[in-house]
Design a protein around this ligand. Structure first.
Ligand SMILES: C[S@@+](CC[C@H](N)C(=O)[O-])C[C@H]1O[C@@H](n2cnc3c(N)ncnc32)[C@H](O)[C@@H]1O
Length: 189
């Protein structure tokens, strides 16, 4: 898919060359997130694990279509600075709030009235369960929690996958995209 402006396409292609250094999602996962967020008309999206902003570009471009907003959390300020620059070059910085710090702390103190309709989890694999507990309180009925690396890091994310699979409020599927992407839709409060 080549549907973005020339600069965005060039940035995506250039970031794909260092994909393994920054642990970015695969291009096909980016395309999938873009299509899903656009089709679902998601407005309020949160990402845990910004890195250099590769996945954020796909999400941000989708939210430009839907009129939505992305909040993205990254621990390391150097990676966050690179992401901020990439968001600016791709002209999506006006709809992205990058937060720097520990995701658990930031999520725990998120204002109670914030409602999220799409969450993308892609940070510390053993903390997926904690991110889920914090994010769950904010996910609207019909909203989606997507998590990457659930096949490549199956053992580390097991507590999260086991719990969400057993949670009757969610319908979870695991897609055989590179690294494995779980997709849980909240069907009841
Ligand atoms: C797999 S990379 C994210 C890749 C990004 N989603 C992409 O595809 O472009 C995970 C990122 O999460 C960050 N991270 C890990 N644990 C974190 C935490 N507890 N709080 C905030 N960021 C964290 C790491 O520094 C790293 O940059």
């Amino acid at each position: 898919m080549e549907k973005f402006d020339k600069t965005t396409e060039e940035i995506l292609k250039s970031l794909e060359k260092t994909q393994h250094d920054f642990w970015n999602i695969s291009r096909v996962t980016g395309e999938f997130l873009y299509t899903l967020i656009t089709a679902q008309k998601c407005k309020n999206v949160i990402e845990v694990g910004t890195s250099n902003g590769y996945s954020g570009i796909w999400i941000g471009k989708a939210l430009k279509q839907t009129g939505g907003h992305l909040t993205t959390i990254e621990f390391y300020d150097k990676r966050q600075s690179i992401a901020k620059e990439n968001f600016k070059l791709c002209k999506i910085d006006d709809i992205i709030t990058p937060l720097q710090g520990d995701a658990c702390t930031i999520l725990e103190y998120m204002p109670e009235d914030i409602e999220i309709d799409f969450a993308f989890i892609d940070a510390n694999k053993r903390q997926y369960i904690d991110y889920f507990h914090f994010i769950d309180k904010h996910i609207k009925k019909g909203g989606i929690i997507a998590a990457d690396n659930v096949l490549s890091h199956e053992e580390k994310v097991k507590t999260f996958i086991d719990e969400i699979n057993q949670d009757k409020r969610y319908e979870n599927v695991i897609l055989n995209l590179p690294a494995g992407l779980s997709l849980a839709r909240k069907i009841s409060d």
